[in-house]
Design a protein around this ligand. Structure first.
Ligand SMILES: CC(C)(COP(=O)(O)OP(=O)(O)OC[C@H]1O[C@@H](n2cnc3c(N)ncnc32)[C@H](O)[C@@H]1OP(=O)(O)O)[C@@H](O)C(=O)NCCC(=O)NCCS
Length: 80
């Protein structure tokens, strides 16, 4: 999970770019995947702004949350 803490940390964008930097340099790693709670619209928009695409809804992924669904997002790290 990516989370920006206030007030002195880097932005979410900077945290994401740092997290993906090593993967982007490695040809063996083809894509990044993550799950976001279906109700977390800010996070969904954030990842979509950074090129992630929703590929599936995962039922009962968060059993303690209501609703329990997660969106699976995927980012291809290299051009085809
Ligand atoms: C999702 C999340 C990581 C996105 O991070 P974010 O920093 O808000 O996203 P962005 O990098 O797009 O920044 C949004 C705006 O805040 C500004 N900002 C972010 N951090 C800042 C900082 N430290 N100082 C000044 N401005 C900052 C950005 O410049 C940007 O402004 P803009 O829209 O005018 O360009 C963040 O909202 C978060 O931690 N959410 C809670 C945890 C969560 O839901 N995580 C995802 C679960 S999988």
């Amino acid at each position: 999970m990516l989370a920006r803490t206030r007030p002195f940390t880097p932005s979410g964008t900077q945290l994401l770019q740092r997290s993906l930097a090593a993967c982007v340099c490695d040809d063996v790693i083809e894509e990044a995947e993550l799950h976001v709670h279906v109700g977390n619209l800010d996070a969904l928009r954030f990842y979509e702004r950074h090129g992630f695409v929703s590929v599936a809804t995962c039922i009962d992924y968060y059993p303690r949350l209501d609703p329990p669904e997660a969106v699976l997002l995927r980012l291809r790290l290299h051009a085809e």
